[in-house]
Design a protein around this ligand. Structure first.
Ligand code: SF4
Length: 735
């Protein structure tokens, strides 16, 4: 585990998060279920069940401590490579989801007009029959591709299988076109491999880490933050480029408060300095890369002085940081970030970051970006899918995103609006994603929803999208179910299992059961031949030659790691057309795009308006945790960061309540001002996910502002269809 201490971890996460991690599942006063059913939180319980977390996509190993049938505490599994004995504040607060009194308790069927939230309780028999009848009608009348599945989370695999067997490829996750897609395409076109999840950065061995708009620590992905803390404790350098003085910026050797939207200009200027001063890894490039001459020519006029006019970063600071970053190569990593859908040129921004990593020789090198591996677990021997499905309907007529390698959720949503696509989508199945908040342009989303023949929602909580559904199918939480086995692609290969810690509460059911029951009702029994998910998962584990009992006892089996770095004898290979790192991308050129990243200044905020930026808090996973009473003890609602000079000019003081009103007159809901010098005066900042209008979320309702309601426009990335959402401006209106 290295030299890193728990205290450092909590410092990186920000002061507020500390309380949650230390408290880990102890608060009972909000339960409303029983006066005090939980034993002393310090006790270990009468049994400990290993499983893995679902409070975010990172999937850390969890040890769930149970006493008298109640989960008293969640701790990190010390044997699990992603938790290394620790959980982040959200993971530790997972009992706040399990015991949330607002959970969906039994199936619901809509009785009034869509959106009016009039439901009646139904039996499972009734709700599943209703769902099956609607799905059969859609397939009969419009073909199987008229059904789309939107999903988020590991449990979505059962529904993916169901919808593939049904005959549709319209299966998408907003986490692609609304989050990490441009990063994957930018790195893929450069190195022939995506970054993937969990990110393949090797921060623990880095000598210099550069974060560009990525606020690790507030963006709390457990192992990465542990490694960042370790690296800083060892004396690694940290360069943070962010218009906001984030928690990471407060730990940085250099903080560059860049003008929002000008990252490509800074990256090109850094590349210019590194090439001009010969600071790059010439041997590595000679062996592995093509396009150096074209790159040199391309950035010859991208001087620090040129970049200064766009970024507002002084030229001498650009030169100093370029030397600082290059001085630590190859153990110097430009972190690829995660949510990178900002300005519509995001694939090219990711390309610039990938090129810089290549110049540093950090791909496939220790302290840079590792080459991960995974354990080989055979697929379950299902019957082959009978249909030859049509291609996904995720591109409106006339558009084409040639590098998109996943289905675009925003495109599927648009294709649902009549007349916009080659074929109409008539039904949605939504698993674990609150589309109303996760897709841009709320009016378009509502228009699509109103055009549907059928909308089914599977979720744990009554999030907004459930309010629009025809049928709501309540899933139990990750602590009450088994899912598929998780064979991670990581620097250490491992196999982890999710298993039920306690019985499902209320009348909720596991996702595998819901998918299987729907499948049986629509004639797809052959695709669900297993008794339950445990039988399915253990079949795969057994077929791979691993000991099922061992896995269930420990929660994880760690494999032997093959070399992950060139220094350890790994022969680097690249999946690009040339078989080399492509500094100059022939693929992009042939598809009609710039083969090297080009900077185009974004539109400026109109007078009196500010660019709206949004991000994360360490104790929350966006809207997924805003109703979690435990986590809200640490961070109760978002506030809007406004530069203190702007506050003085507008007569605002810290704590005033204001409304954000965007360029299209969309309004955020009232929100408290955080007057601070920690943000530039040309932008404001919100933590994403708050401002719910769903009254069923009784704890979160009425708290904070909704940034989603203000994303009424976006700029589409022409290369892969990502939706750049940092193009909205707001003015501040006193409430
Ligand atoms: S990073 Fe935190 S929330 Fe995410 S899986 Fe790990 S413990 Fe859970």
């Amino acid at each position: 585990m290295g030299t890193f201490s728990r205290r450092q971890f909590l410092k990186i996460a920000g002061a507020g998060a500390a309380a949650a991690a230390v408290g880990s599942g102890l608060s009972t006063r909000w339960w409303g279920l029983d006066p005090d059913p939980i034993p002393d939180p310090g006790t270990e319980g009468d049994r400990v069940v290993p499983t893995f977390c679902e409070l975010c996509f990172w999937k850390c190993g969890v040890l769930a401590h149970v006493r008298d049938g109640v989960v008293t505490k969640l701790t990190g599994n010390p044997d699990h490579p992603l938790s290394r004995g620790r959980l982040c504040p959200r993971g530790a607060g997972g009992t706040g989801l399990l015991y949330d009194p607002d959970r969906l308790k039994r199936p619901l069927i809509r009785v009034e007009k869509r959106g009016e939230q009039q439901f009646r309780e139904a039996t499972w028999e009734e709700a599943l029959d209703f769902t099956a009848e609607k799905m059969l009608a859609v397939r009969r009348e419009h073909g199987p591709e008229a059904l789309a599945l939107f999903l988020h989370g590991f449990g979505g695999s059962w529904f993916k299988h169901l919808v593939k067997a049904y005959g549709s490829l319209n299966i998408s996750a907003p986490s692609y076109a609304q989050c990490r897609g441009p990063r994957e395409v930018g790195f893929y076109t450069t190195f022939g491999s995506i970054i993937g999840s969990p990110e393949r950065t090797d921060l623990e061995n880095s000598r210099c880490i550069t974060l560009i708009g990525s606020h690790l620590g507030e963006n709390m992905h457990n192992t990465q933050v542990q490694e960042l803390a370790d690296a800083l404790a060892r004396g690694a350098g940290l360069v943070v480029v962010d218009p906001r003085f984030s928690v990471a910026a407060s730990k940085a050797t250099h903080w560059l408060p860049i003008k929002p939207g000008s990252d490509i200009a800074l990256l090109l200027a850094w590349i210019h300095v590194i090439l001009k001063e010969g600071l790059y890894d010439a041997d590595y490039l000679a062996k592995h890369a093509v396009g150096l001459d074209e790159l040199k020519k391309h950035v010859s006029d991208k001087t620090p002085e040129w970049a200064w006019t766009h970024t507002t970063i002084p030229p001498e600071k650009i030169v100093e940081t370029a030397r600082f970053i290059a001085g630590a190569r190859p153990a110097s990593v430009i972190h690829p970030g995660r949510r990178v859908t900002w300005y519509g040129d995001d694939t090219q921004r990711a390309r610039a970051m990938a090129i810089l990593n290549a110049l540093l020789g950090s791909w496939g090198r220790k302290g840079g970006i590792c080459i991960p591996s995974s354990m080989d677990i055979p697929e379950y021997p299902y019957t082959a899918y009978a249909h030859k499905p049509k291609a996904p309907a995720d591109m409106p007529k006339g558009s084409s995103y040639p590098m998109a390698d996943e289905v675009l959720s925003s495109g599927v949503c648009d294709a649902t609006i009549p007349g916009t696509s080659e074929y109409d989508i008539r039904a949605w199945l939504v698993y674990g994603t609150n589309l109303v908040k996760s897709l841009p342009s709320p009016a378009r989303v509502q228009e699509a929803i109103q055009a549907l023949d059928f909308l089914a929602v599977v979720d744990v909580l009554p999030v907004e999208i459930a309010g629009w559904a025809d049928v709501v199918l309540p899933e139990c939480t990750y602590l009450e179910r088994c899912d598929d086995v998780y064979a991670a692609t990581y620097k250490v290969p491992f196999l982890a299992v999710r298993q039920p810690v306690v019985e499902p509460m209320f009348d909720s059911k596991p996702g595998w059961w819901i998918a299987q029951e729907i499948g049986r009702r629509i004639g797809l029994s052959d695709y669900f031949p297993w008794k339950d998910s445990t039988e399915y998962a253990m079949h795969r584990v057994h077929a791979a030659g691993y000991d099922c009992d061992d896995l269930r006892r420990t929660g994880v089996i760690v494999g032997k790691a093959p070399p992950a770095f060139e220094e350890d004898g790994l022969e680097l290979t690249f999946g690009t057309p040339s078989g080399k790192i492509e500094l100059y991308s022939g693929q992009l050129r042939d598809a009609g795009f710039d083969p090297l990243p080009v900077y185009t200044p974004p539109e400026e905020p109109p007078p009196g308006m500010f660019r709206m930026l949004f991000g994360r808090a360490p104790s929350h996973s966006f809207g997924r945790t805003i109703n979690n009473r435990l986590l809200c003890e640490v961070f109760a609602e978002n506030e809007v960061w406004v530069n203190d000079r702007i506050c003085a000019e507008q007569g605002l003081t810290d704590g005033d309540r204001i409304m954000l009103v965007n360029q299209d007159d969309a309004r955020s809901g009232p929100v408290r001002v955080k007057a601070t010098r920690r943000i530039r005066p040309d932008c404001v900042y919100l933590v994403h996910g708050w401002g719910t209008k769903e009254k069923g979320l009784t704890h979160a309702y009425g708290k904070g502002a909704s940034d989603s309601d203000l994303v009424t426009r976006f700029k589409t990335d022409p290369i892969m269809g990502g939706t750049g959402m940092n193009v909205n401006f707001v003015r501040l209106e006193r409430v």
